[in-house]
Design a protein around this ligand. Structure first.
Ligand SMILES: C[S@@+](CC[C@H](N)C(=O)[O-])C[C@H]1O[C@@H](n2cnc3c(N)ncnc32)[C@H](O)[C@@H]1O
Length: 502
């Protein structure tokens, strides 16, 4: 397995040498391909170019509740002392950490490695971690390595890399900060790529290329049709059009070269927007006395994949403006475990719209049943050892013994999406329950048959040796995942009928 450890760091280029080599440094651009060792062999026609180490909402400190969260250094401490204006003797020494801000701070990581996995680059534990009473930091990313744009006017971006008068400034200024956060961040990202030796110019080599990106913004119409979800396909076509309209409006023929070269064609802009949508996080930043909601691209943390049972979360450390990735308290980690965060609680179509992936075991997935049949909620939950209320259904897989791995996010989704009833202590009548379960199974079967392909046919397409475009692959997976969930619900209703108590 390839790790990024021991390679030369693009960060070093930003720093006055000599500096110690960072253990998590990425390989330089030219070496990237040769250092690659994959967990899975690369598929024909789609070489992975990267040894690369989100979008999720950051859990931030309760303001004022954290000991660390109290110092925003007063601005005057930023000013170098003037000869005729010495510091008054009573002035406190400045927090030395504050002066380390700038490109002098590097990303730090502990006990993890960045590896290629089945879902692209991902973060894995490089050692065991005992369950802890408190969350433990595994990555620290300083503010100055992140690209940040505030959501509300007066908008601010950070780092302040755009010189006054550069036309990209006006392009960003023309957007609506409330609705166009992604267009704005894409402009900032494209600009950062254009600055010689800027961190992002180097980090860009570790981002997925146009061919590797899973975003449906890059999907041709024929791939969108493979989704077999008209609503999602229409939405994505609209999103593509919005992006192309924006690009055409600002990248017309008469613009200066310094703007033109940022996105010479609309595909470049669509790609930048895909990167921003699939890798940014929302963050509350404290700017002096103000709290600002901001959209942020956080390098390295953006290599974390999603899981609804994530073992990590993101945390903004106000004191020294660090984004931390932390292991959740109480989680035991084994060497080789994937470290994940929870991007959001949403249905597969929402994940597809923003990130370009879906899951057959997404516990939040929903189906529309039209039948009047209902099964008894508590009986269904108790058969599968699921607890909780409708929006917080919970299955403790640690209690599941040995061979019984049937219960997964798909069964939790079944409990959430099946039409159910519950009436105080009124018990279920088994014969009525069985009839209802069968009616719901029939409806699932009808939904399955409404697709143009079967589960087997989809699997055959995905397993075939020929080259398959990334966006076609994820579109086929999306409809397959829906079918797998329908099949899972049918199987769960079989088990329910067998095990219902009377
Ligand atoms: C924030 S990035 C994570 C790093 C990414 N795997 C990479 O290769 O750079 C988000 C992207 O990772 C992939 N991804 C994340 N979580 C996933 C999951 N649970 N299943 C499949 N793909 C996932 C999707 O392509 C998504 O757009």
């Amino acid at each position: 397995m390839a790790t990024v450890a021991g390679a030369a760091s693009p960060l070093l280029l930003l720093l006055p040498s000599p500096l110690p080599r960072h253990p998590l440094a990425f390989p330089p651009r030219r070496a990237a391909a040769s250092r690659r060792v994959l967990l899975q062999p690369p598929r024909a026609g789609r070489p992975r170019l990267r040894d690369r180490p989100p979008t999720p909402v950051v859990e931030e400190d309760e303001l004022g509740a954290d000991e660390e969260d109290d110092v925003t250094p007063p601005l005057r401490l930023l000013e170098p002392p003037q000869e005729d204006d010495p510091f008054p003797p009573e002035m406190e020494p400045a927090d030395p950490d504050f002066y380390r801000i700038g490109y002098a701070r590097m990303m730090r990581a502990y006990g993890i490695e960045f590896l290629e996995g089945p879902d692209g680059m991902a973060v894995y534990a490089s050692r065991d971690v005992e369950p802890l009473r408190r969350a433990r930091v595994i990555m620290e990313i300083p503010l100055e390595l992140m690209l940040t744009i505030t959501q509300k006017p007066p908008w601010m971006f950070f780092p302040d890399i755009i010189p006054l008068g550069h036309p990209i400034f006006d392009v960003i200024e023309s957007t609506d900060p409330e609705t166009d956060w992604d267009l704005r961040l894409a402009c900032l990202l494209l600009y950062a790529f254009d600055i010689e030796d800027n961190f992002w110019q180097l980090y860009g080599d570790f981002l997925p290329s146009v061919d590797e990106c899973t975003s449906l913004l890059l999907a041709p119409k024929e791939d969108l049709m493979e989704l077999e979800d008209q609503d999602l396909a229409t939405k994505m076509l609209k999103n593509q059009q919005r992006t192309i309209d924006f690009w055409q409006k600002h990248w017309h023929k008469t613009i200066p070269l310094k703007l033109k070269r940022l996105a010479p064609d609309h595909v470049r802009f669509l790609w930048a927007l895909s990167i921003v949508q699939s890798r940014s996080v929302n963050l509350k930043l404290r700017m002096g006395a103000f709290i600002q909601d901001a959209n942020v691209l956080a390098p390295y943390a953006d290599m974390l994949n999603h899981s609804p049972d994530a073992n990590c979360f993101l945390h903004w450390r106000f004191k020294d403006r660090m984004l931390e990735v932390m292991i959740k308290a109480g989680h035991a980690i084994k060497k080789g475990d994937e470290m994940t965060i929870d991007y959001m609680s949403g249905v597969n179509s929402s994940f597809m719209e923003r990130y370009g992936f879906s899951s057959p075991t997404n516990p939040w997935e929903l189906l529309n049943f039209s039948s009047d049949a209902k099964i008894h909620l508590d009986s269904f939950l108790s058969v599968f050892n699921i607890a909780g209320l409708h929006d917080e259904l919970y299955h403790n897989s640690a209690l599941t013994l040995g061979e019984n791995t049937f219960v997964d996010g798909g069964v939790v989704a079944a409990a959430r999406t099946l039409p159910t009833w519950s009436d105080g202590d009124v018990p279920a009548i088994p014969s009525v329950e069985r009839k209802s379960a069968q009616a719901l199974q029939e409806e699932c079967q009808t939904m399955l048959e409404s697709f143009s392909t079967t589960i087997q046919q989809d699997q055959d397409i995905l397993d075939s040796d020929g080259h398959i475009r990334r966006t076609r692959e994820i579109a086929i997976k999306y409809r397959l995942h829906r079918k797998l969930l329908l099949q899972k619900i049918i199987d769960a209703l079989d088990i329910y009928q067998d095990r219902i108590l009377f």
